[in-house]
Design a protein around this ligand. Structure first.
Ligand code: THU
Length: 145
């Protein structure tokens, strides 16, 4: 699956976006470890805070299908739409690693690729709670305490 193919699936998913309030339509598509893809779109709500972003919609579908290792995500918006903070953290939970590509562009146009770590540096993830966390490299600058 190329970045272009994943991005085209995100563009297709955007067709189902429900965004009557903002008019900002977003589609996302996640590639999982077994080679499957899971698409999502944003869906807004009259109670605005209940809105779900396209990225979390796609992530929900992947997890519900038993997929917990994300290899890449593509996101297509009216214009290039970088994932919001909540979505970055949700992706962090299931990302294959800090190098996971995040592919972002305007639907039907060109895209840009960043790693998840570029979008969410110094992040908190499951290893902190599952006993796999390493000491930060600069922990000595604090007297090691
Ligand atoms: N939106 C997403 O779907 N993903 C993002 O990462 C940013 C924002 C949606 C939510 C809302 O429906 C609309 O864009 C405007 O905020």
């Amino acid at each position: 699956m190329t970045h272009r193919e994943l991005f085209e699936r995100a563009c297709a998913a955007r067709e189902n976006a429900y965004a009557p309030y903002s008019g900002f339509r977003v589609g996302a598509c996640i590639l999982t470890q077994d080679g499957s893809t899971f698409s999502g779109c944003n869906f807004e709500n009259a109670s605005y805070g209940a809105t779900i972003c396209a990225e979390r919609c796609a992530a929900s579908c992947a997890v519900a299908a038993g997929q917990r290792r994300f290899m890449a995500i593509a996101i297509a918006g009216n214009s290039a739409a970088w994932p919001c903070g909540i979505c970055r953290q949700v992706l962090r939970e299931f990302a294959c690693g800090p190098e996971m590509p995040v592919i972002v562009g305007a639907a039907g146009g060109e895209f840009t690729v960043r790693t998840l770590e570029e979008l969410l540096p110094e992040s908190f993830g499951p290893e902190y709670l599952l006993g796999e966390a390493k000491e930060p490299k600069n922990s000595k600058t604090n007297g090691g305490k």
